[in-house]
Design a protein around this ligand. Structure first.
Ligand SMILES: Nc1ncnc2c1ncn2[C@@H]1O[C@H](COP(=O)(O)OP(=O)(O)OP(=O)(O)O)[C@@H](O)[C@H]1O
Length: 361
């Protein structure tokens, strides 16, 4: 087994249905076709590896798919196709993930640490360090929903680095703090690096990327544009942003519209076919390529969309439930309703024997 990587992402895509409203989502559930709902492919086939002990930076313009990818790696959201392999006895902590708004900072520390597998005595031993690193004062006793984004980031970062994960996913956590906190975080990340931990670091700050990352992946409107040495990829990305800034307002808009249009028009079947052809070209003797690629695409994915069978079953159960309620309310027996379905909307009339109730003979 190849032990050189800690994270391996293969053919990962992410599709979103762009419903205009909840009502449209509901309508599409009951309709036989959802082809009218526009789709958007946030990721269009990403394959990359993060080696054990390396810090991989993710860069790219706004909306390019960095957070989508880091959330998929963290297991926060599922991919639409592809495999995500996280190697070994590994725990991942994503800074922004898992803070519950209704719980206080203190409660969140305990919850996140418990979820990370720590025992209560272990958490008690760490509590002072986590609290002192986060440095958010009395806000610790307030619900997290009252925190500023900087405070959330401080708390999330502090918990993440103290529960000792093998892999740390840091998504834009350093962009919201002040300089002192930023330096504390950089020192902590450097400590992690020295301990040989694996880090995925998402940032718009090329300076931070240059300081912290061994390699960089440039995500560009849902595709992996380039991956390699930090210096090289950052240089190319700087050239791109310089070129983009040099465009007129109209040209910029046109470029962005074109990129988004590509993401809407992405054809997953064509992409799958392309992967099959590439593999066949590499290994012409392999007769099972199509089945292998299908397994790689869909084998480890739980579909977020309901199959027609399940949809039919859900609707049928719903109808049976409503009928059962109506029969119950109508007072008729099931046999009566089956013989005369109209009874269901005509409640049974109960005739009272007035003589019996009044006791008159
Ligand atoms: N739940 C969702 N429904 C529909 N589209 C979504 C959803 N989440 C993300 N997207 C879209 O996916 C694309 C990628 O978003 P993502 O947040 O991953 O980008 P990013 O590179 O992290 O951006 P930024 O640098 O601004 O944080 C964007 O176009 C975004 O609008």
């Amino acid at each position: 087994m190849d032990n050189s990587y800690k994270i391996k992402v293969q053919h990962v895509t992410k599709e979103y249905d762009l419903y205009k409203s909840q009502a449209e989502k509901l309508r599409s559930f009951f309709s036989l076709s959802n082809s009218k709902v526009p789709h958007f492919w946030s990721l269009m086939g990403i394959s990359l590896e993060v080696k054990a002990g390396e810090t991989l930076g993710l860069i790219g313009v706004n909306g390019s798919g960095k957070s989508t990818l880091s959330n998929i790696i963290s297991g926060i959201i599922p991919q639409t196709t592809g495999t995500v392999e996280v190697r070994g006895d590994t725990s991942i902590i994503a800074i922004g993930a898992g803070l519950r708004g209704n719980l206080t900072g203190l409660e969140n520390i305990r919850l996140k640490a418990l979820m990370q597998g720590l025992t209560n005595p272990e958490i008690d031993a760490l509590m002072d360090d986590i609290v002192s690193f986060a440095d958010i004062g009395d806000f610790l006793y307030q619900p997290v929903k009252s925190y500023s984004s900087g405070m959330k980031s401080r708390l999330g970062f502090s918990i993440a680095v103290h529960v000792n994960p093998d892999i740390l996913i840091i998504d834009e956590a350093l962009s919201v703090g002040d300089d002192t906190f930023y330096q504390k975080c950089v020192d902590k990340i450097s400590e992690f690096k020295d301990e040989g931990k694996t880090i995925v670091f998402v940032s718009h700050s090329l300076k931070q990327i240059e300081i912290l990352c061994d390699r960089v992946a440039w995500i560009h409107y849902g595709t992996l544009k380039e991956i390699g040495a930090t210096e090289t990829v950052v240089k190319h990305y700087r050239e791109f942003t310089k070129w983009f800034k040099g465009q007129s307002k109209k040209e910029k808009k046109h470029f962005q519209r074109q990129m988004k249009a590509n993401q809407k028009a992405f054809d997953i079947d064509a992409y799958q076919q392309q992967v099959i052809e590439e593999r066949q070209a590499n290994d012409p003797n392999d007769q099972n390529v199509a089945a292998e690629v299908k397994k790689d695409f869909y084998g480890s994915v739980i579909s977020e969309k309901m199959s027609w069978g399940n949809r039919f079953l859900t609707i049928a159960v719903g109808i049976v439930f409503v009928l059962a309620c109506l029969i119950n309310v109508s007072g008729h027996s099931l046999g009566d309703v089956l013989q005369n379905p109209g009874n269901i909307v005509h409640p049974e009339t109960v005739l009272h024997d007035t003589n019996a109730t009044s006791g008159v003979k």
